[in-house]
Design a protein around this ligand. Structure first.
Ligand SMILES: Nc1nc2c(ncn2[C@@H]2O[C@H](COP(=O)(O)OP(=O)(O)OP(=O)(O)O)[C@@H](O)[C@H]2O)c(=O)[nH]1
Ligand SMILES: [Mg+2]
Length: 392
């Protein structure tokens, strides 16, 4: 793999140059960095000037462009798990599994006394490797009863083979976790129709940034015709934020202050493939404002509604969030700011309790690169610390 930086006046022009140079040669490109030259801000946020895009050029199957962080298999508590979030590249399957098992063997399993002995499966019947996986999951803030269920399912499937063949046990555990972590796949277009996607969630969770990431993906990688609409007139300069992204991407951006304006704005873009709708952040404790948001959206239904949640939030807050935002019937979840935590149990717990599929995971502030389509197996590996080698 090598990297190259392309410069131009607009992002669109730079992407056109990249495409012209790489397409016929069969190179695959992944965007590593976008910078606005003159003002030094990212993604051209600060005025006009030069845009530079650094891409990785690869001739064949390069793996993930932006690797997810790895949940360290932790010797100790969930608090300890919050320290040090490594971001290594994924390894091929065999070495990755071996590295994970090495880390799992360092996980300390406390004695049964005083440690959920009531709900824990009989220790004598459970191979040590599975007990370590159980502890790893609990260190990741997976509830003991859910960790127990997983261990029982894997123990029943692998029997006595688990102890002799930890790789088999790990693969089975990954499979069982993945089965309980449904992913929806990415936002897709409707053939000959308009997809309207609405992004909701608590304040500051990353709605507008995620829209910018998806908009850039849709425009440049998928060549879709898109428009942006913001209903966020609540916060000073909130519309400017989305307008700036729209200007860089060279797409329309409308502001809607009433349900009727929203209907008209969406209707105006009936010829597009996708309209992405940004909403004002709502406090989960303010059910009145969430009900207002539901009424605001009524004229444009059916839409695909995404609920964004910070992956690092407490499970109690996530529950309140799911209950309040349940009023707008979200279809899919997006977990944001995975780069700010090394504890991913919330993703599993929310998925278990509310049974909504996960669409995306976001992993940083960089637009457009810090987003990944959620994949059940990858999320399972995060929980098991099986994504790569953890730091010494
Ligand atoms: N570390 C990290 N920061 C992020 C991520 N996504 C967004 N942010 C940052 O979070 C902050 C808030 O992002 P916004 O996109 O404005 O959040 P929002 O949900 O639209 O906020 P409101 O509209 O005020 O409710 C910004 O500083 C973003 O750069 C992420 O995945 N990781
Ligand atoms: Mg916003």
């Amino acid at each position: 793999m090598r990297t190259k930086t392309y410069c131009g006046r607009t992002l669109q022009q730079v992407f056109a140059d990249i495409e012209a140079e790489t397409h016929d040669r069969g190179w695959r490109t992944s965007v590593l960095k976008i910078e606005h030259g003159s003002a030094g801000g990212f993604f051209g946020l600060f005025g006009r000037g030069k845009v530079s895009v650094t891409v990785a050029l690869e001739e064949e199957n390069p793996g993930e462009a932006v690797p997810l962080p790895v949940a360290p298999a932790v010797v100790g508590t969930a608090q300890a798990a919050h320290r040090a979030a490594p971001h290594p590249r994924p390894k091929t399957s065999r070495p990755r599994k071996r590295a994970c098992i090495r880390r799992l063997t360092r996980v300390k399993v406390p004695s049964a006394a005083g440690h959920d002995a009531g709900s824990q499966p009989a220790k004598t019947a459970i191979p040590a490797i599975l007990l370590r996986m159980r502890q790893q999951l609990m260190n990741q803030d997976v509830e003991p009863r859910h960790a127990d269920r997983l261990v029982s399912a894997v123990a029943a499937e692998t029997g006595s083979k688990a102890e002799k063949n930890p790789e088999l046990a790990l693969a089975a555990m990954e499979r069982h976790i993945a089965r309980r972590l449904p992913s929806s796949g990415p936002l897709t277009c409707i053939p000959n129709g308009l997809r309207v996607a609405v992004f909701t969630g608590p304040t500051g969770v990353g709605k507008t940034t995620t829209i910018a990431k998806l908009a850039a993906r849709l425009c440049f990688s998928e060549k879709k015709r898109i428009a942006l609409v913001t209903m966020d007139t609540f916060r000073v300069a909130a519309t400017d934020q989305l307008r700036t992204y729209a200007r860089i991407l060279d797409v329309s951006c409308e502001t809607a202050t009433t349900p009727e304006e929203l209907r008209v704005a969406v209707h105006r873009h009936a010829d597009k493939d996708v309209v992405l709708v940004d909403t004002a952040g709502q406090s989960p404790s303010n059910s009145l404002r969430i009900a207002e948001l539901r009424d605001f959206l009524a004229p444009i239904r059916p839409v695909e509604t995404y609920l964004l949640m910070n992956a690092g939030m407490r499970i109690q807050d996530a529950e309140m969030c799911m209950e309040s935002f349940g009023a707008i019937s979200p279809d899919r979840l997006i977990f944001t700011k995975l780069d700010e935590t090394s504890c991913y149990g919330l993703i599993f717990e929310v998925s278990q309790r509310f049974r909504l599929p996960i669409a995306y995971l976001t992993t940083g502030q960089n637009v457009p690169q810090d987003i990944q389509t959620a994949d059940s197996r990858t999320m399972a590996r995060l929980l098991l610390g099986a994504g790569g080698e953890s730091p010494a």
